[in-house]
Structures are given as structure tokens and as C-alpha cells.
Design a protein around this ligand. Structure first.
Ligand code: NAP
Ligand code: BGC
Ligand code: ZN
Length: 356
């Protein structure tokens, strides 16, 4: 079968010819429909994050997938079911306490593999195999957009952790500041605009398609070159919730200043090492005297995928049409990995969904 992978030492993905996976008795064989591309894939391709399985010379890419069960094997799934796989799998020495508790998303990096990212092949292939516990059934109407379930689930988990950190008092976020107008930031704006005043920070000039989406959603665009994160409370208003999706390490600290008393900032970005100065004493004092919180969040579990399915169905119909800017057939997949001012979210298509 054909697959898209990155070879050790290479700097761009390639079409690979690989054997079709042979599912273990408790695994289903899934025909891949579409697989999304995000900032993490670009980090993996650049050699800055993750890498191939031990002893192998390539990594099949892709962690945002949707597919159709081709052969249920020993699972309770049915042939033709539309499914979305979760990303984390047990390491080579077998399931550890995190997997046994069903909390793989809480495992530290050394206690997990990540399909398509770190140490385990991903889903950019015509078929993949998976145990049922790592497959989430989605309604057939999500067959074409199901590759957005994984990124939405990332935000579901982060918002859950943020709310949990504020659960000891009556916390109702009325103002949200989303840092970053990349795919994750825009999805999160779309998820939150119905319930709060949302500001979204970027560093782009108009005209720009991400600014158009932010404004059409009813949110306010903030240009970080004119209004740095720490100035948002003065220029606009303090935020009850900050959602950081820029990967710009200073934003973790500037978020403290952007928060209203009792607010919480969820940090999602995965920055490269960067040494800089901050007034640690002042920020520490502000966290304490204003009851503020910072929470980091990575990955997501089945519960977050299920919430993401509901959330995706609630988004306005025009949103995915403007947000998904490229769906490339797998034999000419290259445009899906190109970034540019007009590209927002891209995916690779392996097969079209046909109802059985
Ligand atoms: P992305 O497409 O690279 O988006 C980042 C966005 O932030 C870009 O649009 C960029 O603007 C903007 N940005 C960067 N620095 C900025 C600054 N100083 N001021 C204003 N805007 C700035 O990445 P993504 O896929 O949306 O993901 C966002 C971050 O989350 C990445 O760091 C990614 O690694 C991380 N991530 C984490 C998880 C998790 O589980 N924690 C999951 C998925 C992704 P330009 O485009 O104009 O440069
Ligand atoms: C993926 C997560 C993963 C994280 C760190 C993100 O892009 O969506 O599932 O845990 O990267 O590798
Ligand atoms: Zn991702």
C-alpha cells in the first residue's frame, strides 16, 4: 500500500510503498479517508520533535485521521463504521499505569509513543490497524471533516483542565483571549465565541483569511505588533481565560498579566528552548495575590474526542469551508504540507467515503 512518511535525515515527506498492516486478533483494519496536517507535523519533518520507531529508518506521518472500518477483526465495531483514532500508544515495554487507568494523555513523554509523531507509525497510509479502545466512532456525516476531531479534542482537554483549576469557586469566563491564529487558535475561537467575548492574537496584516474568519465568527482580532499580550487588559479588557496556541515562549509569562483576577491561562504551544528575562518576582506575586493559574495541556483522551464530535457538529456550516483550505489527493500530497498566507488547515485524502 502507499503511505506518506519522512525518512531519517530527510527534510521533506515522500510517498513510500509499504506492506498493508496485518491486524492482531483484537485489532480492526481501517481504510483511511483523510488525515490532517498541523504545526506538529512540520516540527516532526524538520527533525525538531519526535521521530521514527526504534530501529526503523522512516516514520509514517499523520495523527489527525478519519477512516472507515474495513475489517472489524475481533472488535465490536462493524464494517463501514466511521472512526477516528486517538494518538498515544503504550511504549515498547507495554502498557504502564497511565494506559491502565485510561489516562494516556497524562503520561510524560518517556511513558508513551505517539502515532505519526514519536516512535510509532502514523495514519497517512491507505490502511491502518488499531485496537478498538483507541478508536472513537463518529457519525457518517463527519466522514469528510472527521480529521478535525483530534485537534478539537486537544482544546476540549485544555478547557477541561482550565475549568478544573477554577472549580473551587463560581468561575464563568466572559472574556477569552486566544493567542495564535493558526489552525488550533482558530478552531478554539470557533468553539468559544457563542459563550464569551473572544479576542484572538496574531501578527498578520490585512487582508488575511484568518482575520476574516476571526471577525466573521464575531471575535476581535488583536495584532501583537501593536498590542502585546501584556497590554490587552488596558487596550481591550482583562481575560478570564487565556488559551495560548502560538508556541511563543514569552506568551506563557505575559498571559499572567493579561488575566483578570481569578483567571486561568492554558498553555498549549510547544516552544523551542529560548532563554530570556522576566520579572519573576512580580509575576509570582500576581499569581498569588490575584488567585491566577497557569495550566499546561498536551494530547487528549477518548472523552475529549467524544466531546469534540459534538462540538464539531455545532460549528457554523461556513466555518469548515473557509478553514479547510487544501485537501490534496495522496498521490500528489505536496500542497498539503506547504504553508503560506492563504493556507490555514490542510489534509491529505486517501479515499472517498462511500456509504454501505
Ligand atoms: P501554527 O499553525 O504554527 O500556529 C501558530 C500561530 O501563532 C501562527 O498563526 C503564528 O502566526 C502565530 N504566532 C506565533 N507567534 C506569534 C506572536 N508572537 N504574535 C502573534 N501571533 C503569533 O500551529 P498550530 O498547529 O495552530 O499549533 C499551535 C501551537 O500549539 C504550536 O506550538 C503546536 O506545536 C502546539 N500544539 C500543541 C498541542 C498540544 O497537545 N499541547 C496540540 C497541537 C498543537 P503566523 O502564521 O503569522 O506566523
Ligand atoms: C498532537 C498531540 C500530541 C502533541 C505532542 C500535537 O500536535 O495533536 O496529540 O500529544 O502534538 O506531540
Ligand atoms: Zn496535532
Amino acid at each position: 500500500m502507499d503511505a506518506i512518511g519522512i525518512e531519517r535525515g530527510a527534510d521533506e515527506p515522500r510517498l513510500l510503498e509499504l506492506p498493508r498492516p496485518e491486524p492482531a486478533p483484537e485489532e480492526a483494519l481501517v481504510r483511511t479517508l483523510r488525515v490532517g496536517v498541523d504545526g506538529t507535523d512540520h516540527e516532526v519533518i524538520a527533525g525538531n520533535h519526535g521521530g521514527p520507531p526504534d530501529g526503523e529508518d522512516h516514520l509514517v506521518l499523520g495523527h489527525e485521521a478519519v477512516g472507515v472500518v474495513e475489517d472489524p477483526g475481533g472488535t465490536d465495531l462493524g464494517a463501514g463504521d466511521v472512526v477516528v483514532p486517538t494518538v498515544r500508544r503504550p511504549p515498547a515495554d507495554g502498557p504502564n499505569e497511565y494506559f491502565e487507568r485510561g489516562e494516556a494523555d497524562m503520561a510524560p513523554p518517556e511513558a508513551t509513543l505517539e502515532r505519526g509523531i514519536d516512535g510509532a507509525h502514523g495514519f497517512m497510509s491507505e490502511y491502518f490497524a488499531s485496537p478498538e479502545e483507541y478508536l472513537v466512532a463518529v457519525p457518517p456525516e463527519l466522514a469528510s471533516l472527521g480529521f478535525l476531531v483530534e485537534p478539537v479534542s486537544i482544546s476540549e482537554k485544555a478547557l477541561e483542565l482550565a475549568a478544573a483549576a477554577r472549580s473551587s469557586f463560581d468561575w464563568r469566563p466572559e472574556t477569552v483571549l486566544v493567542l495564535g491564529n493558526g489552525a488550533l487558535g482558530l478552531l478554539t475561537v470557533a468553539m468559544l465565541v457563542d459563550d464569551a467575548d473572544v479576542y484572538c492574537l496574531g501578527r498578520r496584516d490585512r487582508p488575511d483569511p484568518t482575520i476574516d474568519i476571526i471577525e466573521r465568527l464575531g471575535a476581535t482580532y488583536v495584532d501583537s505588533r501593536e498590542t502585546p499580550v501584556s497590554a490587552v487588559p488596558e487596550v481591550h479588557e482583562p481575560a478570564d481565560l487565556v488559551y495560548e496556541a502560538t508556541g511563543h515562549a514569552r506568551h506563557a509569562f505575559e498571559s499572567i498579566e493579561a488575566l483578570a483576577p481569578g483567571g486561568v491561562a492554558a498553555l498549549l504551544g510547544v516552544p523551542d528552548p529560548w532563554t530570556f528575562e522576566v520579572d519573576g518576582g512580580r509575576l509570582h506575586e500576581e499569581l498569588v495575590l490575584e488567585n491566577k493559574a497557569l495550566v499546561g495541556s498536551v494530547n487528549s483522551g477518548v472523552r475529549h474526542f467524544e466531546a469534540a464530535v459534538d462540538r464539531l457538529r455545532e460549528l457554523p456550516g461556513w466555518f469548515p469551508e473557509s478553514f479547510v483550505t487544501e485537501v490534496a489527493p495522496y498521490r500528489s500530497f505536496e500542497p498539503a504540507f506547504r504553508s503560506g498566507p492563504t493556507s490555514i488547515k490542510s489534509a491529505v485524502e486517501f479515499a472517498r467515503y462511500e456509504e454501505r
